[in-house]
Design a protein around this ligand. Structure first.
Ligand code: ZN
Length: 214
């Protein structure tokens, strides 16, 4: 029979182990949904993460080897010139950033990864969140980044404008979710993906996630 002290210790041990959900950073949609931005159909999902030929919902909105989600600007370069804000999807700090590369790419030069419009010439921001996960914001418009590396941000700031730098065929935000010790993961939950959503409101297939911050 357990003593009261033993029962208390067991209870404490259970309370001391946080449920996975309590430690998990959840995300809002990573761009503005104001009416002149991604609202009113201003942005659309052009590719989800690839699960070997399917997306998280067992559909075909992916391309081979794609590791994130692409939110394309409806209206292309004219919408990019007007300006659409990418937003940090949760609180955290700016861990890494690159800026200054050409941002009007409409092709992808796989053979020259360090040339303009190659694999390694995107303007980007990487945010680190309280649970150590990262969110990546890729292909940003040049010289629109608002915060220096190391800056701590509440959820939902305008961090930079969506562009078409790097391996990009048109203006879009590539949003990617990274888990330490694991690598790239998917914030969407679905029958061909992971069982746990990382969105505060995932929304409909091919729709946009909600804008509520955790
Ligand atoms: Zn992408």
């Amino acid at each position: 029979m357990r003593s009261t002290l033993q029962r208390l210790l067991v209870t404490f041990a259970l309370l001391a182990l946080p449920a996975v959900s309590s430690a998990q950073t959840m995300f809002r949609f990573p761009a503005s949904q104001l009416a002149d931005q991604c609202g009113n159909g201003g942005c659309t999902v052009s590719a989800y993460k690839d699960y070997g030929g399917r997306d998280y919902a067992c559909g075909g909105v992916r391309y081979s080897g794609h590791t994130g989600t692409d939110y394309a600007l409806v209206g292309g370069f004219s919408k990019m010139d007007y300006g659409v804000w990418a937003m940090n999807a949760a609180r955290g700090y700016v861990e890494a950033s690159v800026d200054g590369y050409y941002d009007r790419c409409n092709y992808w030069d796989q053979a020259n990864p360090y040339a303009a419009c190659g694999l390694y010439t995107a303007n980007y921001i990487i945010m680190r969140h309280p649970d150590n996960t990262q969110t990546w914001y890729w292909h940003l418009k040049a010289y629109t980044q608002q915060f220096a590396r190391g800056t701590t941000l509440a959820c939902g700031n305008w961090i930079a404008r969506v562009g078409s730098s790097g391996a990009s065929t048109g203006p879009h935000l590539h949003f990617e979710y990274w888990v330490p010790g694991y690598g790239t993961d998917d914030p969407y939950a679905g029958s061909c993906g992971t069982p746990y959503t990382r969105w505060t409101a995932q929304g409909a297939y091919r729709g946009l996630p909600g804008i509520t911050c955790q």
